[in-house]
Structure formats: C-alpha cells, structure tokens
Design a protein around this ligand. Sequence first.
Ligand code: NDP
Length: 320
Amino acid sequence: MGPVRDVTLAVVGSGPAGLTAALYAARAELRPLVIAGIPPGGQLIITTDVENFPGFPEGVQGPELVDLLRRQAGRFGAEFLDDHVVRVDLARRPFTLETGTHGTVRAQAVIVATGANARWLGLPSEQRLVGHGISACATCDGFFFKGQPLAVVGGGDTAMEEALFLTNFASHVTIVHRRDRLRASPVMQERAKRHPKISFEWDSEVIEVVGDGKVEGVRLRDHRTGVVRELAVGGLFVAIGHDPATAVFRGALELDPQGYVRVHDGTRTSVDGVFAAGDVQDRRYRQAVTAAGAGCMAAIDAERWLAEQPAPAGPARVPR
Ligand code: NDP
C-alpha cells in the first residue's frame, strides 16, 4: 500500500478542469493535492495552437497553457503528484485513492477531472501499427510524414482539424468518413472542403491497414457499392472521438452508458463528497474553457460541501 497521505481535497487529473479546480480550492485554503496523471496535463499537451481560450489574443500553445495553469494553482499552495490513480474506494470517508507509485491518498472530498482519451478503430492491423504510422494526434506526429499522402478517419471537428494541420506536411490528405455528411461545424467543413490538398472518401470505412512494420496503405470499403479498394498512404490518423477516462471509477461512481460520470446539482456525482468536472462528465462542449469553468464550479461545490460537514470531515481540515 505504500505511504498514506491525508488531505482535505484530492483532485484527480490535471487538464484545465483539474487545474482550475486546484486553483480555486487552493485559494479557498483547502490545500488540494492534484494527482496529475502520466503524462500530466491532459489533452492540451498534445495540442499546438489554442486560439479560443479567453485572454490570449495571439493564441497559446497547449503545453504552455497547462504550465501556466499549473503554476497559477501552485502559487496558492496546490501540490502535485505526477502519478495515476489505480484503485479507489469511495464507499466510505475518508475516500481512498491508491496511486501507481506514490502510495495511498486519503481525502475528505474528491474532484474527478480525468478527461477523455482518443478512440481507435479496433482493427487488429491498427493495433500492430500504432506508433508505426498510425496516430491519434496529428500535432504530435504530423512532422514525421513530410511529403507523404495521409488518411484521416472521422467526420467531426477533430478530423477536420487534424486533416488541415496535416496539410502542412503531407503531399495530400484523404478524409475517410463512414457517412455522406460531416458532423463537423460548418466553418471547419468549409475549410477542409476548400483546401486544395484535401479530398474525401464518403460512405467508406477502413477495414484494414496495410503494411508490415510501417503503414503503406489502407483498405477501404464503400458502403453503397461494397467495393473494396486500397489507398496508398504513409500514415493514418484516427480522429473518431474520445472515451471518458473513467475505468478506475467503474462501480464506485454512477456512469452513463458511454462511461461519462453522471453529475447533478452542478458538479455533484452519485457519491456525496465526490465531484466531477470537465470532459469526464461533458460529452457536449468539451472545450478547454468549459472544462476550466466546470473545474471552478467543482471547487466551489467541494468547498461548500466540506464546510457543511460535521467534524472531522469539514471544519477540522486535515493539515498536510
Ligand atoms: P465527434 O464525436 O464529434 O466525431 C467523431 C466522428 O468520428 C464522427 O464523424 C463519427 O461518425 C466518426 N466515427 C466514430 N466512430 C467511428 C468508427 N468506429 N469508425 C469510423 N468513424 C467513426 O468527435 P470529435 O473528436 O471530432 O469532436 C468532439 C467534440 O469536440 C465535438 O463537440 C467537436 O465539435 C469539438 N471539437 C471542436 C473543435 C473546434 O471547434 N476547433 C476541434 C475539435 C473538436 P458519424 O458522424 O457517422 O457519427
């Protein structure tokens, strides 16, 4: 079990939701301990330009934004463990969070801000080639595909964004979408459709990734005709959405059928004293700024809830 550390508030996750929760909680003198994940920072660390986070008229790089938020929370006393939570017991208080290598954290209240992870197609050939030409992050890996034709799977904003970004490197980008209409917002659709380096394969699915040791092509099946054909590409970017990172909370918190944490009355979860913020409970907005806003809400909810608790959980805050 390793060392045991008692805190008033533990925040799990260190994207904009977790870090904003930590900032507000620190300023409420709750001395939050952030179990930040590995690598810490959430999805923003695999993002380059963030142009829609208020307060940055020239935009900001994702990792820089994370660093700024972390330093801001740290300035008011938030502490950080760069580790994962591997097991939880939320059935009784103090709640218990077991980490990978830093022992156990016992907390009077918990804010869950673990975010969401990229979804994969689930093909055996895909698993074989992840990291060898298959990626879910154009901003991380696009550079490696200079001058090559590439494919992007998906019809949402992420797919459009990935495809547009990849035009900086690729000779051509083919967006493969399973329907004949995109889900992406009109502005992103237009940008992609107008781009001279981007073309679309409609009503098509990737049924196999071709290549031995590295990606050489994708086999596509057209739903309308059943015709299978091969598209020669040097890389495949999968941009088909995300899954909330809630595996460790299964059975401990009420989740919806897609695995998102169910919240009510602001950020309250099914367990009294456990709150959730950001992409882990938000399938709709999923923006850095909405996650940050939800993190603020969770910290306020947690602070008020702690203050209402009879001793020792509430007023008798645990010193660290
Ligand atoms: P979405 O869920 O919006 O889109 C996922 C896409 O992948 C859909 O087109 C879906 O097809 C397709 N898809 C899902 N599963 C499969 C599969 N197994 N095989 C093939 N295709 C599949 O996810 P995004 O990540 O694109 O976006 C998530 C949210 O983040 C959205 O709200 C989006 O607006 C937002 N966002 C905004 C950005 C911006 O404004 N700049 C940038 C990125 C994201 P189908 O359409 O048929 O369901």
